[in-house]
Design a protein around this ligand. Sequence first.
Ligand SMILES: NC(=O)c1ccc[n+]([C@@H]2O[C@H](COP(=O)([O-])OP(=O)(O)OC[C@H]3O[C@@H](n4cnc5c(N)ncnc54)[C@H](OP(=O)(O)O)[C@@H]3O)[C@@H](O)[C@H]2O)c1
Length: 325
Amino acid sequence: MQAWQFDHYGHYSDALHWVERAAPIPGEGQALVRTRAMSLNFPDLLIIQGRYQHKAPLPAVPGVEGVGVVEAVGPGSKFKVGDRAVGFSHAGGTLADSFLVNNRSAWTVPNHVSDEQAAALSVTYGTSYFGLVHRAHLQAGETLLVLGAAGGVGLAAIQLGKAMGAIVIACAGDATKLAVCRSHGADHVINYREEDLVERVKAVTGGLGADVIYDPVGGDIFDQVKRCVAWDGRIVIIGFASGRIPAIECNRILLKNMAVIGLAWGQYLDRGSRLPEQAQFLLYDMLARRQIDPVIYRVLPFSEIKEGLRLIESREVYGKVVITR
Ligand SMILES: NC(=O)c1ccc[n+]([C@@H]2O[C@H](COP(=O)([O-])OP(=O)(O)OC[C@H]3O[C@@H](n4cnc5c(N)ncnc54)[C@H](OP(=O)(O)O)[C@@H]3O)[C@@H](O)[C@H]2O)c1
């Protein structure tokens, strides 16, 4: 089969090559899926540079999620040949003609969900669903502040927050991204480059602060928003797109009766939890009811993978970049 492969860690522009390599053979509880679509994620940039928490043995194929048709099954696989399946893997592998899925971290896709939607819905919506529902216990009527709001997990959090009845404040770095956030349900938008983020959140919340802060960015923005959490509020730590892991003073946590909550969505899959699959089917239902609508910034062919990664790296993108075969 053919695949995008890197045999040393580095920048994708130099490290990534289109090569011929042997198709993986499905083992116990695995299936081989013929790729139809996959979506790029911020961690793909880190994986190729060897800066992600999971390092695939070299030479490696990037791509952590993909959708396609099952072409071969290993012993004990829950799939059969011909099933349309979507799968997730920390180890990468979906930027190829075919990729492996396993019983724990893959499921079939209902007919009403297109390949592009399935590719765009799994990691980002799965993460935001878990972050808001299972970790933050967001309630209707609460105020939700979403950072990195025009990114993949951010736009998912806006849509899910609105579907859960929250008042959503979206924070992003330019007018185009903020307009996208508004068109996807944000009640208030803040340009953190031009406005005083803490003062705006306080103004919008009548001085109370946000009940839930959803943070995939960290760094300087976290340093600011830790000062505008409501009493009994929650900060959900999703990621560090800024490149800096921030810190918070324990007295602040105590005095505000607040919780700082971590989420590593993939670990639910690694630990064999059925919750991600159940959540995914709830998300497919929400899609059918038009409560959510994955934002696909660009659909590119496999040959333009480097352009897709460039769009993410340059922060030009909002929503998802989906790659199709
Ligand atoms: N915990 C989990 O289970 C989990 C799951 C999925 C993703 N994540 C993490 O969540 C983070 C966001 O993922 P995503 O898919 O939403 O990424 P994305 O689509 O690239 O969005 C990231 C957003 O972060 C903002 N940002 C601020 N500083 C940045 C910087 N230095 N470089 C790039 N972006 C920066 C950008 O918004 P502005 O341009 O508006 O500032 C951008 O829209 C990543 O760190 C990812 O690893 C975690």
